[in-house]
Design a protein around this ligand. Sequence first.
Ligand code: NAD
Ligand code: USQ
Length: 392
Amino acid sequence: MRVLILGGDGYLGWPTAMHLSRLGHDVHLVDNGLRRRAHRENETDSLTPIAESLSARARAWEEVDGRRMGVSMGDLCDHHVVERVLREFEPEVIVHYGEMPSAPYSMASRAHAAFTQYNNVIGTLNVLFAMRDLAPDAHLVKLGTMGEYGTPNIDIEEGFIEVRHKGRSDVLPFPKQPGSFYHASKVHDSVNIALACRIWDLRATDLNQGVVYGIHTEDTKRDERLLTRFDYDEVFGTALNRFCLQAVIGHPLTVYGKGGQTRGYLNIVDTIRCVELAATNPPAAGEYRVFNQFTEQFSVTELAELVARAGREYGLEVVVKGIDDPRVEAQEHYYNATHTKLLDLGLQPHFLSETLVESMFEAIQRYRDRVILDRILPRIRWRPREPLPASP
Ligand code: NAD
Ligand code: USQ
Protein backbone atom coordinates (compact mmCIF):
# COMPACT_ATOMS: atom_id res chain seq x y z
CA MET A 1 0.00 0.00 0.00
CA ARG A 2 1.03 3.61 -0.44
CA VAL A 3 1.06 4.95 3.13
CA LEU A 4 1.44 8.64 3.88
CA ILE A 5 2.58 9.32 7.43
CA LEU A 6 1.89 12.82 8.70
CA GLY A 7 4.12 13.68 11.67
CA GLY A 8 6.65 11.07 10.54
CA ASP A 9 9.49 12.64 12.54
CA GLY A 10 7.77 12.13 15.90
CA TYR A 11 8.08 9.69 18.80
CA LEU A 12 5.46 7.40 17.23
CA GLY A 13 5.54 8.44 13.57
CA TRP A 14 9.16 7.48 12.94
CA PRO A 15 9.00 3.90 14.28
CA THR A 16 5.65 3.42 12.50
CA ALA A 17 7.31 4.49 9.26
CA MET A 18 10.13 1.97 9.65
CA HIS A 19 7.71 -0.81 10.57
CA LEU A 20 5.41 -0.26 7.61
CA SER A 21 8.36 0.18 5.25
CA ARG A 22 9.90 -3.10 6.45
CA LEU A 23 6.57 -4.82 5.77
CA GLY A 24 6.92 -3.71 2.15
CA HIS A 25 4.59 -0.72 2.03
CA ASP A 26 5.54 2.36 0.04
CA VAL A 27 6.00 5.01 2.74
CA HIS A 28 6.13 8.80 2.42
CA LEU A 29 6.63 11.10 5.42
CA VAL A 30 5.57 14.69 6.12
CA ASP A 31 6.71 16.79 9.06
CA ASN A 32 7.48 20.43 9.77
CA GLY A 33 9.93 19.90 12.64
CA LEU A 34 7.53 21.39 15.19
CA ARG A 35 8.48 18.95 17.92
CA ARG A 36 12.22 19.62 17.49
CA ARG A 37 11.58 23.38 17.46
CA ALA A 38 9.43 23.28 20.61
CA HIS A 39 12.25 21.47 22.41
CA ARG A 40 14.82 24.04 21.32
CA GLU A 41 12.58 26.87 22.54
CA ASN A 42 12.09 25.12 25.87
CA GLU A 43 15.78 24.16 26.20
CA THR A 44 14.85 20.49 26.46
CA ASP A 45 15.82 17.52 24.32
CA SER A 46 15.17 13.87 23.70
CA LEU A 47 17.12 11.56 26.00
CA THR A 48 17.98 9.41 23.02
CA PRO A 49 20.28 11.11 20.50
CA ILE A 50 18.06 11.12 17.40
CA ALA A 51 19.42 11.74 13.90
CA GLU A 52 19.74 15.44 13.02
CA SER A 53 16.84 15.56 10.55
CA LEU A 54 14.04 13.49 9.08
CA SER A 55 15.94 13.23 5.79
CA ALA A 56 18.99 11.91 7.66
CA ARG A 57 16.75 9.30 9.26
CA ALA A 58 15.37 8.23 5.90
CA ARG A 59 18.91 7.98 4.48
CA ALA A 60 20.02 5.87 7.44
CA TRP A 61 16.99 3.63 6.97
CA GLU A 62 17.90 3.07 3.34
CA GLU A 63 21.49 2.17 4.28
CA VAL A 64 20.41 -0.22 7.03
CA ASP A 65 17.33 -1.79 5.48
CA GLY A 66 17.69 -1.14 1.76
CA ARG A 67 14.21 0.36 1.43
CA ARG A 68 13.49 3.98 0.52
CA MET A 69 11.08 6.40 2.15
CA GLY A 70 10.01 9.71 0.66
CA VAL A 71 10.23 12.84 2.81
CA SER A 72 8.43 16.18 2.49
CA MET A 73 9.15 18.94 4.98
CA GLY A 74 6.10 21.17 5.33
CA ASP A 75 3.31 22.43 7.56
CA LEU A 76 -0.07 20.70 7.45
CA CYS A 77 -1.63 24.07 8.25
CA ASP A 78 -0.54 25.17 4.76
CA HIS A 79 -3.16 23.57 2.53
CA HIS A 80 -0.86 23.85 -0.51
CA VAL A 81 1.59 21.48 1.20
CA VAL A 82 -1.12 18.93 1.94
CA GLU A 83 -2.62 19.13 -1.55
CA ARG A 84 0.78 18.78 -3.23
CA VAL A 85 1.67 15.68 -1.26
CA LEU A 86 -1.69 14.02 -1.87
CA ARG A 87 -1.55 14.84 -5.58
CA GLU A 88 2.01 13.55 -6.03
CA PHE A 89 2.01 10.52 -3.71
CA GLU A 90 -1.62 9.37 -4.24
CA PRO A 91 -1.88 7.68 -0.81
CA GLU A 92 -4.15 4.74 -0.12
CA VAL A 93 -3.74 5.22 3.63
CA ILE A 94 -3.03 8.45 5.51
CA VAL A 95 -1.73 7.89 9.04
CA HIS A 96 -2.12 11.21 10.82
CA TYR A 97 0.16 11.75 13.82
CA GLY A 98 1.07 15.33 12.86
CA GLU A 99 -0.21 17.39 15.78
CA MET A 100 0.98 19.14 18.93
CA PRO A 101 0.56 16.28 21.43
CA SER A 102 1.20 17.86 24.83
CA ALA A 103 -1.49 18.75 27.37
CA PRO A 104 0.90 20.87 29.53
CA TYR A 105 2.12 22.77 26.44
CA SER A 106 -1.48 23.67 25.58
CA MET A 107 -2.09 24.95 29.12
CA ALA A 108 1.03 27.15 29.37
CA SER A 109 -0.63 30.35 28.11
CA ARG A 110 -3.38 31.71 25.88
CA ALA A 111 -0.93 31.69 22.98
CA HIS A 112 0.02 28.04 23.57
CA ALA A 113 -3.65 27.01 23.75
CA ALA A 114 -4.49 28.94 20.58
CA PHE A 115 -1.48 27.53 18.74
CA THR A 116 -2.32 23.96 19.76
CA GLN A 117 -5.91 24.22 18.62
CA TYR A 118 -5.05 26.03 15.38
CA ASN A 119 -2.26 23.60 14.52
CA ASN A 120 -4.28 20.49 15.24
CA VAL A 121 -7.72 21.45 14.03
CA ILE A 122 -6.69 23.36 10.90
CA GLY A 123 -4.05 20.80 9.91
CA THR A 124 -6.67 18.05 10.10
CA LEU A 125 -9.25 20.17 8.28
CA ASN A 126 -6.74 20.66 5.45
CA VAL A 127 -6.21 16.90 5.27
CA LEU A 128 -9.98 16.30 5.08
CA PHE A 129 -10.53 18.83 2.28
CA ALA A 130 -7.53 17.52 0.34
CA MET A 131 -8.87 13.97 0.71
CA ARG A 132 -12.28 15.07 -0.57
CA ASP A 133 -10.75 16.61 -3.68
CA LEU A 134 -7.71 14.43 -4.38
CA ALA A 135 -7.90 11.10 -2.53
CA PRO A 136 -11.57 10.34 -1.79
CA ASP A 137 -10.96 6.57 -1.54
CA ALA A 138 -8.01 6.83 0.84
CA HIS A 139 -8.40 5.71 4.45
CA LEU A 140 -7.57 8.24 7.16
CA VAL A 141 -6.07 6.63 10.27
CA LYS A 142 -6.12 9.49 12.74
CA LEU A 143 -4.50 9.52 16.16
CA GLY A 144 -7.03 10.70 18.70
CA THR A 145 -6.78 10.21 22.44
CA MET A 146 -8.54 8.40 25.28
CA GLY A 147 -8.47 11.79 27.00
CA GLU A 148 -11.30 12.92 24.73
CA TYR A 149 -13.69 11.04 27.04
CA GLY A 150 -12.32 12.38 30.32
CA THR A 151 -13.15 10.35 33.41
CA PRO A 152 -16.94 9.80 33.50
CA ASN A 153 -18.54 7.81 36.30
CA ILE A 154 -19.77 5.17 33.80
CA ASP A 155 -17.94 2.69 31.55
CA ILE A 156 -16.35 4.31 28.49
CA GLU A 157 -17.48 2.74 25.21
CA GLU A 158 -15.57 2.64 21.93
CA GLY A 159 -16.67 5.89 20.39
CA PHE A 160 -20.43 5.50 20.57
CA ILE A 161 -23.11 4.74 23.16
CA GLU A 162 -26.75 3.74 22.83
CA VAL A 163 -28.84 6.39 24.55
CA ARG A 164 -32.51 5.97 25.54
CA HIS A 165 -34.27 9.24 26.08
CA LYS A 166 -37.98 9.96 26.56
CA GLY A 167 -39.03 6.71 24.97
CA ARG A 168 -36.68 6.90 21.97
CA SER A 169 -33.18 5.55 21.46
CA ASP A 170 -30.17 6.26 19.24
CA VAL A 171 -26.48 5.35 18.99
CA LEU A 172 -24.63 8.61 19.57
CA PRO A 173 -21.02 9.73 20.04
CA PHE A 174 -19.86 8.96 23.58
CA PRO A 175 -19.86 12.19 25.66
CA LYS A 176 -16.56 14.09 25.59
CA GLN A 177 -15.04 15.80 28.61
CA PRO A 178 -11.46 16.69 27.67
CA GLY A 179 -9.13 17.82 30.45
CA SER A 180 -6.86 20.25 28.56
CA PHE A 181 -7.00 22.48 25.50
CA TYR A 182 -4.85 19.87 23.76
CA HIS A 183 -7.32 17.08 24.55
CA ALA A 184 -10.12 19.42 23.44
CA SER A 185 -8.37 19.87 20.05
CA LYS A 186 -8.71 16.11 19.53
CA VAL A 187 -12.44 16.32 20.27
CA HIS A 188 -12.80 19.07 17.66
CA ASP A 189 -10.90 16.89 15.17
CA SER A 190 -13.20 13.95 15.86
CA VAL A 191 -16.29 16.04 15.18
CA ASN A 192 -14.80 17.31 11.91
CA ILE A 193 -13.70 13.87 10.75
CA ALA A 194 -17.10 12.31 11.49
CA LEU A 195 -18.79 15.13 9.58
CA ALA A 196 -16.48 14.71 6.57
CA CYS A 197 -17.22 10.97 6.45
CA ARG A 198 -20.94 11.66 6.62
CA ILE A 199 -21.11 14.34 3.93
CA TRP A 200 -18.30 13.32 1.57
CA ASP A 201 -18.25 9.53 1.98
CA LEU A 202 -14.68 9.58 3.26
CA ARG A 203 -13.51 6.63 5.36
CA ALA A 204 -11.72 7.14 8.65
CA THR A 205 -10.55 5.38 11.80
CA ASP A 206 -10.13 7.53 14.90
CA LEU A 207 -7.67 5.78 17.20
CA ASN A 208 -8.41 7.00 20.70
CA GLN A 209 -5.04 6.12 22.09
CA GLY A 210 -3.98 5.92 25.74
CA VAL A 211 -0.61 6.99 27.11
CA VAL A 212 2.28 5.34 25.25
CA TYR A 213 5.47 4.14 26.93
CA GLY A 214 8.72 2.57 25.75
CA ILE A 215 11.96 3.37 24.02
CA HIS A 216 12.60 0.61 21.54
CA THR A 217 10.86 -1.17 18.71
CA GLU A 218 12.31 -3.91 16.54
CA ASP A 219 13.68 -1.29 14.14
CA THR A 220 15.06 1.33 16.53
CA LYS A 221 17.48 -1.29 17.86
CA ARG A 222 19.04 -1.96 14.47
CA ASP A 223 21.23 1.14 14.34
CA GLU A 224 21.66 4.16 16.62
CA ARG A 225 20.68 6.46 13.75
CA LEU A 226 17.24 4.80 13.79
CA LEU A 227 16.44 5.63 17.43
CA THR A 228 13.15 7.34 18.12
CA ARG A 229 12.90 10.24 20.52
CA PHE A 230 12.35 9.67 24.26
CA ASP A 231 11.15 12.63 26.30
CA TYR A 232 10.98 12.98 30.05
CA ASP A 233 10.59 16.75 30.57
CA GLU A 234 7.43 18.18 32.12
CA VAL A 235 6.01 19.25 28.76
CA PHE A 236 6.58 16.27 26.51
CA GLY A 237 7.41 13.41 28.89
CA THR A 238 4.51 11.07 29.69
CA ALA A 239 3.92 9.38 33.03
CA LEU A 240 5.62 5.99 32.79
CA ASN A 241 8.53 7.21 30.66
CA ARG A 242 9.15 9.96 33.25
CA PHE A 243 8.93 7.55 36.18
CA CYS A 244 11.47 5.16 34.61
CA LEU A 245 13.91 8.01 34.00
CA GLN A 246 13.40 9.42 37.49
CA ALA A 247 14.14 5.98 38.96
CA VAL A 248 17.41 5.71 37.02
CA ILE A 249 18.70 9.18 37.92
CA GLY A 250 17.67 8.93 41.60
CA HIS A 251 14.91 11.56 41.47
CA PRO A 252 11.71 10.90 43.44
CA LEU A 253 8.93 9.63 41.16
CA THR A 254 6.52 12.54 40.75
CA VAL A 255 3.03 11.21 41.46
CA TYR A 256 0.70 14.19 41.07
CA GLY A 257 -1.87 14.72 43.82
CA LYS A 258 -3.60 11.67 45.29
CA GLY A 259 -2.35 9.43 42.47
CA GLY A 260 -5.68 7.80 41.69
CA GLN A 261 -5.69 9.29 38.15
CA THR A 262 -6.33 6.21 36.01
CA ARG A 263 -5.59 6.04 32.30
CA GLY A 264 -5.16 3.42 29.56
CA TYR A 265 -1.53 2.66 28.66
CA LEU A 266 0.21 0.79 25.85
CA ASN A 267 3.68 -0.12 24.70
CA ILE A 268 5.04 1.75 21.67
CA VAL A 269 5.37 -1.63 19.94
CA ASP A 270 1.60 -2.07 20.23
CA THR A 271 0.91 1.44 18.92
CA ILE A 272 2.65 0.51 15.72
CA ARG A 273 0.84 -2.79 15.41
CA CYS A 274 -2.54 -1.14 16.08
CA VAL A 275 -1.92 1.38 13.32
CA GLU A 276 -0.95 -1.45 10.99
CA LEU A 277 -4.11 -3.39 11.91
CA ALA A 278 -6.33 -0.35 11.36
CA ALA A 279 -4.61 0.45 8.05
CA THR A 280 -4.90 -3.05 6.65
CA ASN A 281 -8.57 -3.43 7.67
CA PRO A 282 -10.18 -0.29 6.26
CA PRO A 283 -13.76 0.80 6.93
CA ALA A 284 -16.33 1.17 4.15
CA ALA A 285 -16.71 4.45 2.28
CA GLY A 286 -18.64 6.89 4.46
CA GLU A 287 -17.80 5.04 7.67
CA TYR A 288 -16.30 6.84 10.65
CA ARG A 289 -15.19 4.31 13.25
CA VAL A 290 -13.48 4.67 16.59
CA PHE A 291 -11.10 2.22 18.27
CA ASN A 292 -9.95 2.66 21.86
CA GLN A 293 -6.23 1.99 21.56
CA PHE A 294 -4.65 0.86 24.83
CA THR A 295 -3.91 -2.47 26.45
CA GLU A 296 -4.02 -1.95 30.25
CA GLN A 297 -5.32 0.54 32.80
CA PHE A 298 -3.28 1.85 35.72
CA SER A 299 -3.54 4.60 38.27
CA VAL A 300 -0.39 6.74 38.52
CA THR A 301 0.22 5.35 42.01
CA GLU A 302 0.11 1.80 40.63
CA LEU A 303 2.54 2.77 37.87
CA ALA A 304 4.93 4.39 40.33
CA GLU A 305 4.81 1.36 42.63
CA LEU A 306 5.53 -0.98 39.74
CA VAL A 307 8.51 1.14 38.66
CA ALA A 308 9.75 1.38 42.27
CA ARG A 309 9.59 -2.40 42.75
CA ALA A 310 11.36 -3.09 39.47
CA GLY A 311 13.94 -0.41 40.29
CA ARG A 312 14.79 -1.90 43.65
CA GLU A 313 15.14 -5.35 42.02
CA TYR A 314 17.50 -3.74 39.54
CA GLY A 315 19.56 -2.17 42.32
CA LEU A 316 18.27 1.40 42.18
CA GLU A 317 17.21 3.45 45.18
CA VAL A 318 13.72 4.55 44.26
CA VAL A 319 11.55 6.98 46.21
CA VAL A 320 7.94 7.78 45.27
CA LYS A 321 6.92 11.31 46.20
CA GLY A 322 3.40 12.71 45.94
CA ILE A 323 3.59 16.31 44.78
CA ASP A 324 0.97 18.99 44.34
CA ASP A 325 -1.03 18.26 41.16
CA PRO A 326 -0.28 21.01 38.62
CA ARG A 327 -3.39 19.96 36.68
CA VAL A 328 -7.06 20.27 37.42
CA GLU A 329 -8.24 16.66 37.17
CA ALA A 330 -10.07 14.02 39.20
CA GLN A 331 -7.48 12.40 41.45
CA GLU A 332 -9.73 9.54 42.56
CA HIS A 333 -12.38 8.31 40.17
CA TYR A 334 -14.09 5.39 38.48
CA TYR A 335 -12.46 4.28 35.22
CA ASN A 336 -13.36 1.35 33.01
CA ALA A 337 -12.87 1.71 29.26
CA THR A 338 -13.84 -0.82 26.61
CA HIS A 339 -11.06 -1.77 24.20
CA THR A 340 -11.99 -4.84 22.20
CA LYS A 341 -12.03 -3.75 18.56
CA LEU A 342 -8.24 -3.93 18.02
CA LEU A 343 -8.08 -7.24 19.90
CA ASP A 344 -10.79 -8.52 17.53
CA LEU A 345 -8.56 -7.53 14.59
CA GLY A 346 -5.71 -9.62 16.02
CA LEU A 347 -3.73 -7.38 18.39
CA GLN A 348 -1.60 -9.45 20.78
CA PRO A 349 -0.72 -6.98 23.53
CA HIS A 350 2.67 -6.57 25.17
CA PHE A 351 1.75 -6.09 28.82
CA LEU A 352 3.74 -3.91 31.18
CA SER A 353 5.86 -6.16 33.37
CA GLU A 354 8.73 -5.50 35.70
CA THR A 355 11.06 -7.09 33.14
CA LEU A 356 9.93 -4.59 30.57
CA VAL A 357 10.53 -1.73 32.99
CA GLU A 358 14.01 -3.12 33.68
CA SER A 359 14.78 -3.13 29.97
CA MET A 360 13.73 0.52 29.89
CA PHE A 361 16.12 1.22 32.80
CA GLU A 362 18.96 -0.32 30.79
CA ALA A 363 18.24 1.83 27.76
CA ILE A 364 17.93 4.98 29.91
CA GLN A 365 21.22 4.22 31.74
CA ARG A 366 22.98 4.32 28.42
CA TYR A 367 22.06 7.96 27.80
CA ARG A 368 21.74 9.25 31.35
CA ASP A 369 24.46 11.86 30.93
CA ARG A 370 22.17 13.65 28.46
CA VAL A 371 19.47 14.31 31.09
CA ILE A 372 18.60 18.00 31.64
CA LEU A 373 17.82 17.92 35.34
CA ASP A 374 15.99 21.21 35.79
CA ARG A 375 13.33 20.41 33.21
CA ILE A 376 11.71 17.52 35.05
CA LEU A 377 9.57 19.06 37.79
CA PRO A 378 6.26 20.55 36.64
CA ARG A 379 5.95 24.33 36.45
CA ILE A 380 2.99 24.72 34.10
CA ARG A 381 -0.24 24.83 36.09
CA TRP A 382 -3.77 24.41 34.74
CA ARG A 383 -4.86 27.17 37.11
CA PRO A 384 -1.90 29.49 37.66
CA ARG A 385 -1.55 30.72 41.23
CA GLU A 386 -1.12 34.24 39.90
CA PRO A 387 -3.34 34.64 36.84
CA LEU A 388 -1.81 36.57 33.95
CA PRO A 389 -3.30 39.99 33.26
CA ALA A 390 -6.15 39.87 30.77
CA SER A 391 -5.16 40.32 27.12
CA PRO A 392 -5.74 43.89 25.86
P1 NAD B 1 5.34 13.91 18.42
O1 NAD B 1 5.26 15.36 18.73
O2 NAD B 1 6.60 13.21 18.72
O3 NAD B 1 4.95 13.66 16.89
C1 NAD B 1 4.13 14.53 16.14
C2 NAD B 1 4.93 14.98 14.92
O4 NAD B 1 4.08 15.79 14.13
C3 NAD B 1 6.16 15.81 15.30
O5 NAD B 1 7.30 15.30 14.66
C4 NAD B 1 5.80 17.21 14.81
O6 NAD B 1 6.93 17.94 14.36
C5 NAD B 1 4.80 16.92 13.69
N1 NAD B 1 3.83 18.01 13.48
C6 NAD B 1 3.07 18.63 14.41
N2 NAD B 1 2.33 19.58 13.83
C7 NAD B 1 2.63 19.56 12.51
C8 NAD B 1 2.19 20.31 11.39
N3 NAD B 1 1.33 21.33 11.51
N4 NAD B 1 2.69 20.02 10.17
C9 NAD B 1 3.60 19.00 10.02
N5 NAD B 1 4.05 18.26 11.05
C10 NAD B 1 3.56 18.53 12.27
O7 NAD B 1 4.11 13.21 19.19
P2 NAD B 1 3.82 11.68 19.42
O8 NAD B 1 3.97 11.38 20.86
O9 NAD B 1 4.55 10.85 18.41
O10 NAD B 1 2.26 11.65 19.10
C11 NAD B 1 1.81 11.46 17.77
C12 NAD B 1 0.29 11.57 17.74
O11 NAD B 1 -0.28 10.60 18.60
C13 NAD B 1 -0.22 12.92 18.21
O12 NAD B 1 -1.32 13.28 17.41
C14 NAD B 1 -0.67 12.65 19.63
O13 NAD B 1 -1.70 13.52 19.99
C15 NAD B 1 -1.15 11.22 19.55
N6 NAD B 1 -1.04 10.49 20.82
C16 NAD B 1 0.16 10.33 21.44
C17 NAD B 1 0.24 9.63 22.64
C18 NAD B 1 1.53 9.42 23.38
O14 NAD B 1 1.49 8.95 24.53
N7 NAD B 1 2.69 9.73 22.79
C19 NAD B 1 -0.93 9.09 23.18
C20 NAD B 1 -2.15 9.28 22.52
C21 NAD B 1 -2.19 9.98 21.33
N1 USQ C 1 1.21 12.38 35.89
C1 USQ C 1 1.79 12.23 37.13
N2 USQ C 1 3.14 12.49 37.24
C2 USQ C 1 3.90 12.86 36.18
C3 USQ C 1 3.31 12.98 34.90
C4 USQ C 1 1.95 12.74 34.80
O1 USQ C 1 1.14 11.89 38.13
O2 USQ C 1 5.10 13.08 36.38
C5 USQ C 1 -0.22 12.10 35.73
C6 USQ C 1 -1.03 13.24 35.09
O3 USQ C 1 -1.47 14.18 36.06
C7 USQ C 1 -2.17 12.48 34.43
C8 USQ C 1 -1.54 11.14 34.06
O4 USQ C 1 -0.35 11.03 34.83
O5 USQ C 1 -3.20 12.25 35.34
C9 USQ C 1 -1.17 11.03 32.58
O6 USQ C 1 -0.37 12.15 32.24
P1 USQ C 1 0.64 12.09 31.00
O7 USQ C 1 1.44 13.33 31.02
O8 USQ C 1 1.34 10.80 30.98
O9 USQ C 1 -0.40 12.02 29.78
P2 USQ C 1 -1.35 13.11 29.13
O10 USQ C 1 -1.07 14.48 29.56
O11 USQ C 1 -2.76 12.63 29.30
O12 USQ C 1 -0.94 13.03 27.61
C10 USQ C 1 -0.35 11.88 27.01
C11 USQ C 1 0.20 12.29 25.65
C12 USQ C 1 -0.96 12.74 24.79
C13 USQ C 1 -2.02 11.67 24.75
C14 USQ C 1 -2.46 11.23 26.13
C15 USQ C 1 -3.32 9.98 26.11
O13 USQ C 1 1.14 13.34 25.81
O14 USQ C 1 -0.47 13.02 23.48
O15 USQ C 1 -3.15 12.14 24.05
O16 USQ C 1 -1.30 10.85 26.89
S1 USQ C 1 -4.59 10.03 27.33
O17 USQ C 1 -3.98 10.29 28.63
O18 USQ C 1 -5.27 8.77 27.31
O19 USQ C 1 -5.47 11.13 26.96
